[in-house]
Design a protein. Sequence first.
Length: 272
Amino acid sequence: MKLEGKVAIVTGTSPNIGGGIAEGLALEGAAVVCVDARTENARDCAQSIAASGGRAIAITCDVTDEAQVSAAVARARESFGTVNVLVNNAAFFNRKGVLDMPFDEWHKQLAVILGGAFLFTKYAANSMIEQRCKGSIINIISTAGHQGEPGNIAYCTGKSGLLNFTRSAAMELIGHRIRVNSLTPTATDPSESLGRAARWGRKTPDPARLKEAFEPFRSRVAMQRLPSPSDYARAAVFLASDDAEMITGIDLRVDAGAIAQYWAWDPSRRQA
Ligand SMILES: NC(=O)c1ccc[n+]([C@@H]2O[C@H](COP(=O)([O-])OP(=O)(O)OC[C@H]3O[C@@H](n4cnc5c(N)ncnc54)[C@H](O)[C@@H]3O)[C@@H](O)[C@H]2O)c1
């Protein structure tokens, strides 16, 4: 197991991407601290890991509240002795454009995406430095952080800010043996998340309608299929593990070729 003996904090552990990453880290032996502002998302993720034989605790915490973040890192240490890995995944979607987005909503979305990553990095990194342990911090971006998407101004801005936050923090923490990288997901196949939500006892939307909603994304992406949370989890395991010990300041894209693809090329018409 690649993460045996390591302790990982994951923020935003819904049944979708954060839950998938948390379960994936646990499968490789990490003890996982599931952090979410919604108690049920922290609780169900931790319970699911424990039910599969892993070690996990749930912490209800708003990533924008400094006192709560500081307390969450302290509780992680009390429970498991240390913190080696941090995945800054919490975010929320609020599709508004520069012409109509209220300023307070802009602030709130950036506060979660950038402020939450800043606060958790600050407290987790200080803990790693105090304990003189190696660390790996992983920031979850989005292909929307690499490209200009209309009507999604705060999200796109926050995610691209997180890309350079990653490089800056990587350089600042390099002397403390703390690596900081990012991971870029894209539109995500909903099947796995639906299965996880059902396993967690949640009511789930109609799978056929959801599949239909994702079809335009699938048909336009270079690989002609969309990644699942477990694809992101395997990449996160790699970045968290000692296999990546010489890797810091990079962005690992798990995006089915989305960012690499030439804009005018229609992959649905490619020759097999
Ligand atoms: N879903 C996608 O297709 C997609 C694509 C690219 C990138 N991403 C990124 O992946 C990550 C996870 O996305 P998802 O689709 O699983 O989202 P999601 O909405 O299912 O999960 C986000 C979680 O973050 C939590 N959260 C929100 N604000 C918080 C706060 N202030 N404090 C603590 N927790 C908070 C929510 O309660 C939720 O559980 C995000 O960073 C997102 O930007 C998602």
